[in-house]
Design a binder for this molecule. Sequence first.
Ligand code: MRU
Length: 326
Amino acid sequence: MLATIAEEGDAVVILDQTKLPHETAFVRLTTLAEAAHAIRTMQVRGAPLIGATAAYGVALGLAEGRPLDEILATLATTRPTAVNLHWALARMRKALENSAPERRPQAAWQEARAIAREDAEANAAIGRYGLPILQAIAARKGRVEIMTHCNAGRLATVAHGTALAPIYAAHEAGLAVHVWVSETRPRCQGLLTAWELKAAGVPHTLIADNAAGLLMMQGKVDGVIVGADRIAANGDTANKVGTYLKALAAQAHGLPFYVAAPVSTIDFACPDGAAIPIEERAAEELGAGDVPVANPAFDITPAGLIAGIITERGIIAANDLARVTP
Ligand code: MRU
């Protein structure tokens, strides 16, 4: 699998996700403005990868000689919903504000590198903690049919993915796992999921978003695993628009609906889903021409619809986040 983000000398190289799955292209980021542009235009996307890119963006901005406050403010405005962005910026601020100005550029690279490394480690642990869920289904049925929405795979992280991490772990453990990949209109991140599952040799089938309910009704789905952009303190979860409808359909059919995310996606300061900012994206994304368009990019799945949150510290009940330390 190609790296989603990597250091190259004084630069950071990202895999341009706006070109996938049709073209494999890389972009070299050397400035704060380029890092901010990459996040805003979704050349990098997915909450954990946005956080890691922002952390490297701080290092690039400091190397340009820009003031830390200006760098943090610029990156903070790139995308509103994924809290990993703000988590990474807060962590960079904490690591840097007490270092001498001449030490800061080097300290920023080190901290960004640590954030990237820890993301990969956290996602590998999510895979290990999620695997028993799939093993239990396989033990009962001989195979596992999981539905996912958007792309919460390797492409959305530094490595392993979140929602796809247990699926990769199951595939590597020899389980017969098949993934129903929801297309995810309007940006079609499902094509990214199909692309990376194909690269890993995991059986999968792309579906139109609205086919999800029928497949559940027909008994073709054993459970749903999605990622998250922000989990409120009460467990309400923001993820790509369309996630909520899958959670409702899963509940109607008695299917478990899991969220997989690192602890950095939990916003302990955010009381509930109503307080999560929802990104409104450009009307052009719907390709509808000159008609009035609303394009909320995320929705909120209430905690009560979530069977559990698969984190790097284990599976936590959505209504039990108070026991998690940030
Ligand atoms: O708008 P995107 O493509 O950045 O949205 C991505 C998602 O909604 C993912 O499910 C979420 O960030 C989790 S990624 C591990």
